[in-house]
Design a protein around this ligand. Structure first.
Ligand SMILES: [Zn+2]
Ligand SMILES: [Zn+2]
Length: 390
């Protein structure tokens, strides 16, 4: 209270104000030089009931393996792209700059820590076990001792990751395979059967892998998206809002690393990439319904009349709706785009032969770019009530 009074008097005093203005004048003149291009473009996907939505990139390289980026830059890139968490997953077996930077496994996370704390980005200590195919490349996330994975036998390396409670992801399974078609080798079968393999990258960089997507559905593995960026992010993507890295949305019980790990084990993820969201219908549907707001959810139709339904999409993803087949008595336009950050219209027309008043609840639709399975959009119902006047 006392502080407020003093502050008010300070600014109310004309000589003090004048002195203040003189003092600040050089700063005003130099302000163009201080102009920054350091902005965060948020990714406003909604939280799900009882869960927070965290935006993550689980696959990144730095100069501590073969990336061309210092770890603190990875943190600010994540902040700019609207993320909440990143995993730094430098290769264990391939250290391109070892003549220039002392070999110190897992050091990238320590270097990134201070910036990450001030920007509220969770940084996960990871590593990429990098072998020929099979078993290919595997990311171990939430490690405590990266150096322990430096083993000749990849099975021993993977076991040591598992002993640290790491979450193991099979990276880019289609890489170097004939026609880029992913192959499930006996080695993956072994890690799957003994419970070590928990997730697969269904998106790596700009590439979506429908085979890996189907494996995640059939084998109850976690769907992961990772940029696998080696260069500065701006070299690979134009930047938000239109062109950003793949982002794994994680539906966690809290905003911290332990909660992230729990959610990954429980398979509560969806992958946002290239204008699509890929995941289990049980998460895609509440995400869609939380992202949109039907401004006039109750409409009235006169005989042979038309009406317009206004739908606000608060998310960063435009939803591509297919509204056929129509409910009885209604003609709805076949395709509607619910544009990101805008209010869109859905036009409905009465084509019924009714003689009395009727009502219908719900507009069935398929959201083509919410992938519940390869080539299969999410089927849902928009909560709209249509009153047919007599
Ligand atoms: Zn790799
Ligand atoms: Zn990688």
């Amino acid at each position: 209270m006392k502080t407020v009074t003093v502050t008010n008097r300070f600014f109310a005093d004309p000589p003090v104000l004048l002195a203040w203005a003189i003092l600040m004048a050089p700063l005003a003149v130099t302000s163009p030089a201080l102009a920054q291009n350091r902005h965060r473009t948020e990714l406003p996907f909604p939280d799900l009931p009882g869960l927070v939505t965290l935006r993550c990139d689980f696959h990144l390289h730095t100069v501590f393996s073969d990336g061309d980026v210092w770890p603190t830059v990875r943190v600010e890139e994540a902040w700019r792209d609207g993320l909440d968490a990143v995993a730094l997953t430098d290769h264990i077996e391939y250290l391109r700059y070892k003549e220039d930077i002392p070999v110190n496994y897992g050091r990238a996370v320590d270097v990134a820590r201070a910036d990450a704390e001030s920007l509220q980005i969770t940084v996960i200590r990871g590593a990429e076990i990098t072998r020929g195919e099979p078993p290919g490349h595997l990311n171990a996330l939430f490690l405590t001792n990266v150096a322990a994975l430096k083993e000749k036998d990849y099975r021993v390396a993977v076991r040591k990751a598992f002993e640290q409670d790491a979450f193991l992801v099979w990276n880019h399974p289609g890489w170097k395979q004939p026609d880029h078609k992913s192959v499930w080798y006996a080695e993956q079968g072994e890690f799957y059967t003994n419970g070590w393999l928990r997730g697969i990258e269904i998106v790596n960089g700009p590439h979506y892998d429908p085979i890996a997507h189907q494996w995640c559905l059939d084998k109850r593995l976690t769907m992961i998206g990772g940029s696998d960026a080696h260069d500065p992010m701006g070299f690979e993507y134009r930047g938000p809002p239109d062109d950003i890295r793949p982002v794994t949305l994680v539906f966690a019980k809290a905003r911290n690393a332990e909660a992230l790990r729990e959610a990954l084990v429980a398979r509560r993820t969806a992958v946002f990439s290239q204008g699509r969201l890929i995941g289990e219908p049980e998460y895609l549907e509440p995400l869609l319904l939380g992202a949109i707001e039907i401004i006039n959810p109750e409409i009235r139709l006169r005989r042979k009349g038309t009406a317009l339904i206004q739908v606000r999409n608060k998310s960063p993803l435009s939803f591509e709706l297919r509204l056929k087949p129509n409910p009885p008595g209604l003609d709805v336009e076949e395709k509607v785009l619910l544009a990101a950050g805008k209010v869109s219209l859905i036009r409905v027309r009465d084509v019924s032969d009714r003689v009395t008043a009727e009502q219908r609840v719900g507009l069935p639709c398929t959201v083509l770019n919410l992938l519940a399975a390869p080539n299969q959009g999410l089927k849902t119902v928009l909560p709209v009530k249509v009153e047919f006047e007599p």
